[in-house]
Write a protein that binds this ligand. Structure first.
Ligand SMILES: [Zn+2]
Length: 54
């Protein structure tokens, strides 16, 4: 699984999310932003930034 954070452009550590499915929420371990999975193809994960409105 490979995921590049759209915010900070770093590779997100996916070791804490061994299984990733659409609508799964992942927190970037670099900038802390919340990302929601929109698509999974082969080893590439597509995400969009979730605005939690804190
Ligand atoms: Zn990030």
């Amino acid at each position: 699984m490979k995921l590049v954070c759209p915010e900070c452009k770093n590779d997100v550590d996916m070791s804490k999310a061994p299984t990733v499915e659409v609508d799964h929420v992942i927190e970037c371990n670099h900038c802390g932003i919340t990302l929601q999975v929109t698509d999974v193809k082969d080893d590439t994960v597509a995400v969009e930034i979730v605005d939690e409105g804190k």
